[in-house]
Design a protein around this ligand. Structure first.
Ligand SMILES: [Zn+2]
Length: 344
């Protein structure tokens, strides 16, 4: 009987020891992601609160990250590579940043909505990419696939999800004089404008020149937001306003919204005198309907640089600045750029 009790006690001790070992192993395994949670929280806290126009769900997800109640979606895809996406919920016409920590092959790429995007290594050694969500994206959950390459072979495919909401941006009814309609919206004018867009799409540079949130390029009142449907001269809605209009007095000073390099100063029958700024990482600003431009291609500009003045050139009904921000040729909401800081 004594032997049996001794054996039983030994058995209990063994089980207790085993529990101790497993517990230790498990907590050790989770140590890395939890470290990453701290990193990711610091990334999101760098981002200034979104505008009131952003869906409430987005704000609640933001605050839950701040309070560290909900684990982040940072995924440990192997021992030392993490994927983080910011923000995880956003509207059509906006953009997100995907960050990959550690030693990623720069040839690795990101697939989103049937397009492939490159990944760039920042000065801090962190790989990231900014991905646009086109305005016509339907509400839903979408896949983001990160392919890790080694000698051009996919060695690991990491699949994340992102939630896209649809924001109601309304419609505008615009009356244009016959003269403007004839000259600005002729087939020739539309073709010329498309050619300018094609020309600038080949002008991306790898580095990111800016940090912090973008600034409004001029003083004035927002007269038309991004994404509004447009009907000209009582015709059915034929297009969407893919920039931000700031109504201002003629000759109001225009500054660069963020650091970048002037890529093009050009005149278009539709958008008048305009300036293209390359901010890097596929992000580009264009400032249109200018009265004058004081810079030339190749100039480095910062938020302090005077670019030109407000005018009403091209197809315009009065003095205003039409500001566009494109990410890899997809136009995104400029206002969101003024409330979001993707890099410190
Ligand atoms: Zn406009």
């Amino acid at each position: 009987m004594k032997k049996f009790i001794l054996f039983f006690l030994l058995f209990l001790l063994t089980i207790l020891l085993l529990f101790e070992i497993f517990d230790g192993t498990l907590s050790d395994n989770f140590a890395k992601p939890s470290k990453n949670i701290i990193t990711q929280t610091s990334i999101s806290s760098d981002v200034s609160p979104k505008s009131s126009s952003v869906n409430k769900k987005n704000q609640s997800s933001q605050s839950s990250l701040d309070t560290k109640e909900i684990p982040t979606k940072a995924i440990n895809i192997n021992n030392n590579v993490y994927v983080s996406i910011f923000p995880e919920i956003l509207n059509n016409g906006e953009f997100f940043k995907i960050t990959l920590s550690s030693n990623v092959n720069p040839l690795s790429s990101i697939k989103f909505l049937q397009k492939t995007y490159p990944i760039f290594k920042g000065a801090n050694g962190v790989f990231s990419s900014i991905i646009p969500v086109p305005l016509d994206t339907k509400e839903g959950l979408y896949k983001i696939t990160v392919d890790y390459l080694e000698k051009q072979n996919i060695i690991y495919e990491n699949i994340n999800e992102i939630k896209i909401l649809n924001k109601d941006r309304g419609f505008d009814y615009i009356t244009l004089s016959q003269e403007i309609t004839k000259s600005a919206f002729s087939e020739e004018s539309i073709h010329e404008d498309a050619e300018i867009r094609a020309e600038t799409s080949a002008l991306f540079s790898v580095g990111n020149y800016w940090n912090g949130a973008f600034l409004m390029p001029c003083d004035g009142e927002i007269s038309t937001i991004f994404g509004v449907g447009r009907s000209y001269n009582n015709q059915p809605v034929s297009s969407y306003h893919l920039g931000l209009d700031i109504a201002a007095d003629m000759h109001t000073k225009i500054n660069a919204p963020a650091k970048g390099i002037i890529k093009l100063v050009v005149e278009s029958p539709l958008r008048g005198l305009m300036v293209y700024i390359d901010h890097g990482l596929g992000v580009q600003s264009s400032l249109a309907h200018l009265d004058s431009a004081f810079i030339k291609a190749g100039d480095v500009v910062t938020k302090e640089t005077l670019i030109g003045t407000v005018g009403s050139s091209g197809a315009s009904t009065g003095p205003h600045l039409h500001w566009e921000v494109s990410v890899w040729d997809t136009l995104t909401d400029p206002f969101v750029w003024t409330t979001t800081s993707l890099f410190d």
